[in-house]
Design a protein around this ligand. Structure first.
Ligand SMILES: [Zn+2]
Length: 211
């Protein structure tokens, strides 16, 4: 954690860049917040890059369920994020959507950008996969971030409890095994995702009328 107080040696006006991770289940408003944050920083005259991976639109842009959208850089596995950023004339901050799908090495690169280049990094993503097991990139963000925030924007399980975990539903049943990353919720895919409370993720009950 970085903290400054009247007793700290940090000169006024100077502050360390920060690495923040905002996490939550699907539909909790992560992408909407990412877009809002980019807008707010831009209004202050700051310059940022917007990154994403596997966005629900299938293309290199961030789309939110409430209909906002923004062109973004697609984070391929081979992309070196330090090289990407230092190749730009001036970057004050990064918005990293779907950061749970980045490689662990790319999360290390984000930390380098904060510490070595003074760039603020705001990362957004899921914490855990459909098995309720943490994504490696999310785990690294938990370990390295200055600040971790759970987002809970009224996403509820069918029972009314807060939705915490993402379930993968294949053929109407909750899947317990499979690849960690499978794109679903498209017309062509038999896979869909549903947010459940912990109790119903563990029991596998999907609620009435959702099968
Ligand atoms: Zn429930």
């Amino acid at each position: 954690m970085t903290q400054s107080s009247a007793l700290s040696a940090v000169p006024s006006g100077a502050r360390d860049a920060v690495l923040k991770f905002y996490f939550g289940p699907m539909d909790c408003g992560k992408s909407t917040l990412a877009l809002q944050m980019n807008y707010n920083h831009g209004r202050q005259g700051r310059r940022g890059l917007v990154l994403t991976k596997h966005d629900r639109s299938g293309g290199p842009k961030i789309t939110s369920r409430i209909g906002l959208g923004l062109e973004a850089i697609e984070v391929e596995d081979s992309l070196d994020l330090v090289r990407l950023v230092t190749g730009h004339a001036r970057v004050d901050y990064l918005i990293c959507d779907e950061a749970c799908f980045y490689s662990v090495e790319q999360i290390e690169q984000l930390a380098d950008l904060v510490d070595e280049h003074g760039i603020d990094v705001y990362a957004f993503g899921l914490a855990s996969d459909f098995r309720s097991v943490m994504f490696p990139a999310a785990q690294r963000l938990f370990e390295l971030a200055d600040e971790v925030c759970r987002l809970q924007v009224e996403v509820l399980c069918w029972c009314g409890r807060p939705g915490q975990l993402n379930a993968r539903v294949v053929g109407g049943a909750l899947a317990r095994t499979g690849e960690q990353v499978v794109i679903g919720d498209t017309d062509a895919s038999p896979v869909r995702y549903q947010v459940l409370c912990r109790r119903h993720h563990r029991s596998g009950q999907l609620g009435e009328g959702t099968a």
